[in-house]
Design a binder for this molecule. Structure first.
Ligand code: PGA
Ligand code: ZN
Length: 446
């Protein structure tokens, strides 16, 4: 294999994601022999400002087929990038965007464009014989991220068994990624035992590998996860804290938000007050999408009112640079969720991470609820030093692919491995909570 990193060929096919829906797979081959393969993820609770994936409609796969997107790689994107240097990711992405010609990439499909963009980045690393995270790091030291691990799901991820979408464990007190994963797995098992003691739904797994028991509301889920942390022999907040993804855009309806007792509709202020109340009763450190994607004023008020929490924007920002800039100007959030397929290209996603960092926002790189067996997201977290990562629970292979890759990188780095630890969140939480300011745990725990 030579180090000629010019693109020789691009192949695409219709693959399946973890929900069994079609998605785009792509392989990029380089003249020197380097290769990269990527299969793109897809969301369920998608924001309306995301780059637009192309679906076929009709009857195949219930209309969700991606044969047109696959064909667009073969007839338009592939030919346009052939001969370019894969090591110049920005140039490849620029050409792909230009060929599409639309702002939301909806003509050729953001799924087609991201597949080529990702496969190109992977091929470049292979061709240059560098681990992907090293190439992405561009000289910066690798940083292993603090995980957010899905324990209980509701909303669009679990047939609306509960109103909020996800309740996650954040192993704040862990001193390594390996310890963080072990603690999270322990909490996941303990939560399953608690659910099994009440009903039979513990064997049922939600879209991201969390539990999906029918619950009257978020408080019941928060109680289960807090009890699971204690049952695991860990201290809530100091060892393992909680993150909540309200996914409030999904709760917007006539007259306000459908949050709380089933059917109740409340306004932004009541939503904020409800979250503040949860944060007083439970060891919560991060809240994602507390309000809807268009409720800009509400977000600014929420960030002021929830000063002890990391206020994290997912659908609000949709990994889009101009929305992020608007949010920064408005003081709408402390952190941005980063999903490559909301953006459409690797370099566009990187620009969002860099902009956030410059403005002092934290970054949480994230998988989708319909994800694939690919592990590149782990390398992106480490190389780009995002500090935090969310990929679902500690089970289901499309989830463990990412955790296992992070564990491999940590092992590979050995003594040189740097783990983001609690500092990944501490810097953002403007009114530190008692448990957060405690010193780090010894590394022998767990
Ligand atoms: P999605 O869920 O992939 O269904 O959008 C993930 C999230 O909301 O964070
Ligand atoms: Zn979300």
């Amino acid at each position: 294999m030579s180090t000629d990193t010019r693109i020789e060929s691009v192949l695409a096919w219709e693959a399946l994601d973890s929900r069994g829906n079609p998605t785009v797979g792509t392989e990029v081959r380089l003249r020197g022999g380097g290769r990269g393969t990527a299969i793109v993820p897809a969301g369920a609770s998608t924001g309306s400002h995301e780059a637009r994936e192309l679906r076929d409609g009709g009857t195949r796969h219930g209309g969700r087929g991606v044969r047109r997107a696959v064909a667009n790689v073969g007839t338009e994107i592939g030919p346009a990038v052939r001969g370019l240097d894969a090591a110049d990711q920005a140039a490849v992405d620029r050409i792909a965007r230009e060929v599409d010609g639309t702002a939301d990439l909806g003509r050729l499909g953001a799924n087609a464009i991201l597949a080529v963009s990702l496969a190109n980045q992977l091929a470049a690393a292979d061709g240059l014989r560098e681990p992907l995270y090293r190439l992405l790091g561009d000289g910066a030291p690798p940083l292993l991220p603090m995980p957010m691990v899905n324990i209980v799901s509701g909303g669009a991820h679990a047939g609306w068994s509960m109103d909020v979408q996800d309740i996650l464990a954040v192993p704040l007190g862990a001193s390594s990624l390996a310890e963080a994963i072990e603690w999270a797995a322990r909490v996941r098992r303990a939560a399953a035992e608690l659910v099994a003691a009440r009903d039979l739904t513990a064997a049922l797994v939600a879209d991201e590998g969390g539990l999906g028991p029918p619950l009257p509301g978020a408080r019941a889920g928060l109680e289960i996860v807090t009890a699971a942390i204690e049952r695991s022999g860990l201290t809530p907040l100091a060892d393992v804290a909680i993150a909540v993804d309200v996914a409030a855009t999904q709760l917007v309806g006539p007259g306000g938000y459908r949050l709380g007792e089933r059917g109740t509709v409340i306004d932004s202020e009541r939503v904020i007050a409800t979250i503040a109340e949860w944060a007083r009763a439970f060891p919560i450190v991060s809240v994602e999408d507390p309000l809807g994607e268009e409720d800009w004023d509400g977000w600014t008020r929420a960030r002021d009112a929830l000063a002890g929490l990391q206020v994290l924007g997912d659908d609000l920002f949709a990994t889009d640079l101009s929305r992020l800039r608007r949010g920064i100007a408005a003081g709408a959030a402390d952190a941005v969720l980063v999903k490559p397929n909301q953006n459409g290209t690797v370099s566009g996603t990187k620009a969002v991470v860099e902009e956030a960092r410059q403005a002092g926002l934290a970054t949480v790189i994230s998988a989708r609820s319909g994800d694939t067996e690919d592990s590149w997201l782990a390398d992106f977290a480490v190389g780009w030093r995002t500090g935090q990562i969310k990929v679902g629970s500690t089970m289901r292979a499309e989830r463990t692919a990412k955790w296992n890759r992070l564990l491999q990188i940590e092992a590979e780095l050995g003594g040189a491995a740097e783990f983001a630890g609690r500092a990944a969140l501490e810097l953002r939480v403007r009114a530190p909570r008692a448990g957060l300011s405690r010193g780090p745990r010894s590394s022998s725990a767990g």
